[in-house]
Design a protein. Sequence first.
Length: 298
Amino acid sequence: MLILTAAFFMLLLSVLRMPGRKPETEILSLTKVFNSKVEVVLVGDIMLGRSVMTRTFSAGNFNYPFLKVAERLKEADIVFANLENPIVVNCPQVDSGMKFCTSPELVEGLRFANISVVTIANNHIGNYGLTGIAETKRFLIDYAIDYVGSGNLAVKEVKGIKFGFLGFDFTTVSPTDLDYRLVRQSEGLCDVLIVGVHWGQEYQTLPAESQKEIARKLVGAGADVISGHHPHVVGSREEVNGKPTYYSLGNFIFDQMWSEETKKGLAVKLTFRDGKLMAEEELPIYMSSLGQPEFVEK
């Protein structure tokens, strides 16, 4: 530590003595180099409709689903989630059915919990048609939340490092050459590429061989991290050519209170330094109250 401090001090002096340099600018630049740790948190399915919405309205607090997890999520630089419902005006308050939506007011909770990027590539985002998808995008933009999963790349730059995000839904269709091409093109536009994938079978903890093959191709095309969802239960993790692949993070916010496994979920904290993944930490969650997760010990 003493050697590093001395080296930094000598470097700083040499910069400040260079003619034509602006000391304040160089100090900020050097500080960025020596303070490049970035934390990215991945979470699973967030569904703010159906009983989650009715419970939120009855609580009188649009942040209700996130009250027990927001503080910890705010410690991260970026939080990436799967948004499992469209956001539409006049969304009906219901407690059953498979047609999901949520009211625009509940987007406040996403911002409150520091969720800065969501993938909308899933089997429920189209429940209210193209109009519902367009409304969803508009409300996310209004709340300064980036979305992916519409054939687009979102890039968040933190401490000089560019983190790219993509989203794909492979629940009803198989990936095409265009999907892998998007990954290859995106890889060249960022330092770290994180891909959210909706795939697999509901309530199954182990991936199918087809998922493993997709993971290999995504990593081969340039994905650095794969964040999976859709099964509603926590699945397995494996290294694919040295890249972490989480096949399912399970539910983060949902109203599936009928089994212990669907009340559990997993958040993953990824720590990067200089754009390199240095550490992974699994952060289990549990919903003891409907639609309201909290972090628990392993």
